[in-house]
Design a protein. Structure first.
Length: 242
C-alpha cells in the first residue's frame, strides 16, 4: 500500500487494512482475510460484527465517499478503474439498488449510465420520478466484478457496511431492489425473484419492493409488463407512506 493511501485510511480510522491471504488461499474467492498489522484479532464472526462499532457507522457523506474510494477490502479493488459510490439526492425518498457497476459505470464512476441506465431513467419517468430528484441510485458492490459477473458473497459482504451507512444517511421512505442479486443480499435470502415480487418486504424498518434489473429487461422484453406492475405497486406503496 502506498504512503498516501495509508495516510488517508489512517485519518478515516480504517486501519488495519484487511487483506486476502496469499499462497495456498489465493486461488479461493472466499479466502479468509487476515490483518496486515501484527497484534490484531482475526476478522470477527457475524455475531461479533453485530456488536462491534465500526467507524463506518459514524461517517458523514464526505468520509464515506473517501473510504469507498480507497477501499482495498476485496479483490475487486485490484481490477477496478474507479469505485462507483452512488448518485442522487442524499435525502431521497426513493432508493434504487442494483447489483454492481458495469464497464461503462466503471469508466464514468456513476451507476446505471449505459443502456440499462437509460431504461432505468425511463422506468423512473413512467412513475414521475427523475434521477437526482428524490431518487438515489446505488449498488450492492462499489467496484465492477470482472466480465460483469455477479458479485460473490464475500465481495458483497465486504461492501455491505458502506451501503448500510448510505441507507442510514439517506433515510429513504422506500427501497426498490433491482434484480435477484440486490434483493437476495438486502433481504438475506435465496428466494427467486418471482417469489419476492408483488410484496412489501422489510429492510431494517424500511419498506422494500423487488423488481427486475433493467439489464435483464433489455434481454427479456416480455418481462417489461411485469416490471411496470412492480413500479405501479411501488408508487402506490409510497403514496400510502406519505
Amino acid at each position: 500500500m502506498n504512503t498516501r493511501r495509508r495516510q488517508i485510511l489512517k485519518e478515516l480510522n480504517l486501519l488495519p487494512v484487511w487483506r486476502l491471504k496469499s499462497d495456498t488461499t489465493q486461488h479461493s474467492e472466499a479466502a479468509e482475510p487476515h490483518v496486515a498489522e501484527s497484534g490484531n484479532s482475526p476478522l470477527p464472526s457475524e455475531s461479533e460484527k453485530s456488536t462491534a462499532q465500526s467507524p463506518i457507522t459514524q461517517m458523514d457523506w464526505d468520509q464515506l465517499k473517501a473510504a469507498v474510494a480507497h477501499c482495498v477490502a476485496c479483490p475487486l479493488s485490484q481490477t477496478r478503474t474507479q469505485t462507483v459510490f452512488g448518485v442522487g439526492a442524499e435525502n431521497a425518498d426513493w432508493l434504487f439498488v442494483g447489483e454492481g457497476p458495469g464497464a461503462r459505470e466503471d469508466e464514468i464512476g456513476e451507476p446505471f449510465v449505459g443502456q440499462a441506465g437509460k431504461l432505468l431513467d425511463q422506468m423512473l419517468a413512467a412513475i414521475h420520478l427523475k434521477r437526482g430528484e428524490q431518487v438515489y441510485i446505488a449498488n450492492i458492490v462499489k467496484c465492477r466484478p470482472p466480465n460483469n459477473r455477479n458479485p460473490s458473497a464475500n465481495e458483497a459482504l465486504q461492501c455491505e457496511p458502506y451501503l448500510t451507512r448510505q441507507i442510514a444517511l439517506i433515510k429513504p421512505k422506500l427501497i426498490v431492489a433491482l434484480g435477484k442479486v440486490a434483493a437476495q443480499n438486502l433481504l438475506k435470502c435465496d428466494d427467486s425473484i418471482s417469489s419476492l415480487r408483488g410484496k412489501v418486504h422489510d429492510y431494517s424498518g424500511i419498506p422494500l419492493i423487488v423488481t427486475y434489473h433493467p439489464a435483464y429487461l433489455l434481454r427479456s422484453l416480455p418481462e417489461k409488463a411485469k416490471a411496470w406492475k412492480d413500479l405501479c405497486f411501488a408508487q402506490s406503496t409510497m403514496q400510502s407512506l406519505r
